[in-house]
Design a binder for this molecule. Sequence first.
Ligand code: PLP
Length: 407
Amino acid sequence: MIRINHNYLKLRASYLFADIARRLEAYQVQHPGKEIIRMGIGDVTRALPAACIDALHGAVDEMARDSTFRGYGPEQGYRFLREKIAQHDFKDRGAQVEADEIFVSDSAKCDTGNIQEIFATDIRVAVPDPVYPVYVDTNVMAGRTGVFQDARYQNLVYLECNAENHFVPQLPAEPVNLIYLCFPNNPTGATITKEQLRLWVDYARHHKALILYDAAYEAFIRDDRLPRSIYEVEGARDVAIEFRSFSKTAGFTGMRCAFTVVPASCKAYTAEGKPVAIRDLWNRRHTTKFNGVSYPVQRAAEAVYTAEGMAQVKALTDYYLHNAAFIRQAFTDLGYACVGGENSPYIWVNTRSDSWAFFDRLLEKAGVVCTPGAGFGKCGQGYIRLSAFNNFENVQKAMDRIRSALI
Ligand code: PLP
């Protein structure tokens, strides 16, 4: 008898997006032909930077000739890309990261989901609430949680993010071993200061814990005082892994390229307390289960670091940030408290009502789709997430309609 991993039965179906789709369908049946504006999506909408397209074409031409053709590449990524990442994303910003500490992959979703498998199943895991669901669900699959009860999984430590703590979690009251942090945050759009991040690094060092730092939205940071990498904090190299992605930075959601940084000095421990280099374990895992990102895609990612590429990426993220500022201002003017949208493409709006009721209201009255905050965790109740990934004309139209609907 083939038996299943019973932990999969603990998973909740993805109610959030299924529910949104169901309500949308019902609305469309009742209002045929009515144009709907989607402000809930976390997917980019604008074309790739020209520098990436040029590099992509060049690489495709190389693949067309026997003399320049490339087959399997290094699983960890080509040297040309890893060196550019180390230099531009870290060393130029004063963070010490070497090329051989960078693992290029096809997805930060996969990496943030897969990393947990190299750690023991009986560790204590802390996740923010609200949260990017991948962190939670992959720990459920691995058997680190109990059942889902009262909107939460048993055995997980939830780090509450709310208006009182400005959506930056406080250190947990009980010791934890693995900590997920994400800044700029999805879904709240909140950011963390270097001083706040230092508290977490010190905590992790003191408790021999590990921080999984998801910086997928780092490219949206405009405030120079904010850290763009956890490695800007002293001592973080020993206790933190950082995840990055070209998805939101350079519009690569349909291209697939990301990377994970595992510093050489980052350690986990055997049951006897003997330190083990996490980089070696992740390298073993990566080379066994992953076969590298395609050559043309890595060349396109490399082009992000050329002078033109950097200017184009800046223009692209500026465009979305302009949308974000517009959305935030519109809701603020209507009297709603907002977070995010300043160094992030997401705006987290306190609706002062039930998340789903507000979702229905925006859909019914304005034909605008948002994401109900309750879908990201207990602390998301009462909020909605709006995404700035759209064209500006749509954003303007959506805000006009919302203004008329809510006034
Ligand atoms: N991390 C966060 C916080 C995200 O919001 C997303 C995508 O929405 C990802 C990671 C996934 O990135 P990728 O496209 O590289 O898989």
